[in-house]
Design a protein around this ligand. Structure first.
Ligand code: MN
Ligand code: MN
Length: 390
């Protein structure tokens, strides 16, 4: 791509390639263009109309409260994302994401710090667990739960199994108390109405994320009930999984085969070395919702009938690949690219283009593509997942 240098010595990208294109004369949001060079000057292999497949948490409205903040990317921000919505949330030390439930299942990845999570299932079995960086949790739809930042606070990603989810429309315990007559509360709990005289003044407005004291050590915070604790753990230590080693990186896959409670969400934590690439592939079972944790990358999504569109992603961005569409993710930076691939499914599945070709009669493949024997011999019958730089 051509560049020019403005009087303040800033290098500006221009949509010019050889004889094609021209400089930008009108107003230009240079910072956004620099993050999206593949939109400003797409590869000539792009074609047709493919919907937007990118939204950044930097462009999401943040809900800022005493205990931390939360920002969501749902079907409202990224309309193609019908299967999955995501929330990036930060809790200060002691900060509480209040006791609540919702219609969607919740899957989470701890990015940094530590939290205590609590939950109770329909059989009266509970969970009080501490989670740290690289740990996951999963709450089935409708299960009541909470999250509280421990010393140092925490930040995490929440993933929900419906694009229509909104953090602002969950069922909050304070909201319910604030919208129930006090005589009903008194009857329900078998106490006088005066027991509810000191409800927080903001109780009817949803506390959502509020500042609180740090909890005691977990051992002192456990609550024993007659039904015991949940039989299938709501927590999975993803970073403790042995990764699948790939030529250009590594992959950890977590789904209901190794995290049994996670029946509606499957995920892969993918690490791509500088210059390497998540190979050309597609998924035979679900849309893919991506979250970029570190580094920068480029993805082209092939949508059939001559349609393809290329996007650039940075840490903090969300990407989306509709069901069955072919794609790759190339590390375009000089540090490892780390990303989550999420699916609304009980299992992770992908089809490798190279493996498909390697396991098909070679003369049949060659009749399509005119590939020589050396290229055919280079096809791997093993799925490579992440391939090296050239
Ligand atoms: Mn929740
Ligand atoms: Mn994929």
């Amino acid at each position: 791509m051509a560049t020019t240098t403005d009087p303040t010595t800033r290098t500006i990208l221009e949509p010019i390639s050889g004889e094609r294109g021209a400089t930008i004369h009108g107003p230009s949001n240079v910072a956004v263009e620099e993050e999206n060079p593949s939109l400003l000057l797409p590869p000539t292999t792009d074609g047709g109309t493919v919907p937007n497949l990118k939204f950044s948490y930097a462009a999401a409205r943040n809900r800022v409260l005493s205990g931390g903040w939360g920002r969501e990317i749902t079907i409202r921000e990224l309309p193609i994302a019908t299967d999955i919505a995501g929330v990036n949330m930060r809790l200060k030390p002691g900060g509480v994401r209040e006791l609540h439930w919702h219609k969607e299942a919740e899957w989470a990845y701890m990015i940094a710090g530590e939290a205590r999570i609590t939950a109770v299932d329909a059989h009266g079995r509970n969970a009080v667990e501490d989670v740290g960086a690289g740990d996951l949790w999963y709450f089935p739809a409708g299960t009541p739960h909470s999250i509280q930042g421990l010393a140092g606070g925490c930040e995490f990603l929440l993933v929900f199994d419906s694009g229509g989810f909104s953090e602002n429309e969950t069922f909050l315990i304070t909201d319910w108390f604030g919208h129930t007559p006090k005589d009903v509360l008194a009857q329900n709990f078998g106490v006088p109405e005066s027991a509810f005289d000191d409800l927080p003044t903001d109780v009817g407005n949803s506390r959502y994320i509020f500042a609180a004291e740090l909890p005691p050590a977990r051992a002192q915070d456990l609550v024993a009930g007659p039904a015991g604790s949940v039989p299938q753990s709501f927590v999975h230590r993803m970073h403790q999984q042995e990764p699948i080693k790939a030529p250009g990186g590594q992959v950890r896959v977590t789904d209901s085969s190794n995290f049994p409670i996670s029946r509606t969400i499957a995920g892969a934590l993918v690490e791509i070395e500088p210059g390497a690439m998540r190979e050309l592939h597609w998924h035979p079972n679900a849309d893919e919702w991506q979250y970029y944790l570190r580094g920068s990358g480029r993805m082209t999504v092939f949508a059939s009938s001559g349609k393809a569109r290329t996007f650039d992603y940075q840490a903090g961005d969300v990407g989306y690949v509709p069901f069955a569409m072919g794609h790759y993710v190339q590390n375009t930076g000089d540090e490892p690219l780390v990303m989550l691939e999420m699916f609304k499914s009980d299992h992770f599945a992908d089809i490798s283009l190279a493996q498909w070709m390697a396991l098909t009669p070679p003369e049949l493949v060659q009749a399509h593509l005119n590939l020589d024997d050396a290229t055919m011999a280079a096809l791997s019958t093993d799925k490579r997942l992440v391939v090296r730089g050239a």
